[in-house]
Write a protein that binds this ligand. Sequence first.
Ligand SMILES: O=C[C@H](O)COP(=O)(O)O
Length: 317
Amino acid sequence: MTPDIPRMTGTDFTPSWFDTARVNRSAAERRASSLTARRSVKKDWQAAWLLRAVTCIDLTTLAGDDTPGRVQRLCAKARQPVRPDLLAALKVDPITVGAVCVYPTMVPHAVKALDGSGIPVASVATGFPAGLTPLPLRLAEITYAVEQGAAEIDIVITREHVLTGQWSALYDEVAAMRAACGDAHMKAILAVGDLKTLSNVYKASMVAMQAGADFIKTSTGKEDVNATLPVSLTMLRALRDFEQLTGQTVGFKPAGGLKTAKDALSWLILMKEELGTRHMMPDLFRIGASSLLGDIERQIEHHVTGRYSAANRHALT
Ligand SMILES: O=C[C@H](O)COP(=O)(O)O
């Protein structure tokens, strides 16, 4: 996401756009599974789609034992996510991932390691992953991350606001976070595994977009249930409705537990079928993942050479 991509402005708080919304879970599950089961990406296209997925990855490390060294290695991988010989065999120019995503204190290390690459640094903030520190501290954390050079901020919402139906409190909180982001793009993590119902997921998506989120994101990766296809479908429907109502096109980031090339293809199919190819580009689609790239690189290698290399050749991610 480059700085020249305009920020979303959001809208006033408008509960009439979501307060009667009901999402039928079994219908969402049926649609999600029929979409990804029915469609397959044929062999010739598969490598191209996997390369596209790579450009949409927010390459992530969010662990308590993160160190500058780990972040530097991750950034080196972000600059060259697929081996140059494989890209040459596919006659493809060099590619990078969409962003590198880290904790706030790791931002300066990532900024330094990515200098000159054009790859933005994303920082989680606002008391990630639970978001249960006082609001002024959560806002100060955003300010800190932006000052350190983060171009994208992944905030977490207060789940209590959703679970108790305090939609205007949720709007005010996300709007304050958006203001604290300044020019940095904001992704609103809904932590969908905590929200109990798909109706809540739809409503929280709508409120986050009204409050000015540039992206809505499924999960922190730390909940018991993270990104799933039915939840993603629900968020994409909210995103589509919001676009129809406002003309504003918000991005989508599934995150948490996405580990295989097949996962990446499933989510790309979902984006294409629900929203169209425009939504398969890194300015509108990111995949948050700490351990997806290795399998994608293996599948690309298999496509090029007909052989799989040992998984430990792709150990970093
Ligand atoms: O935002 C990204 C997630 O934290 C990544 O989750 P993951 O470690 O399950 O890939």
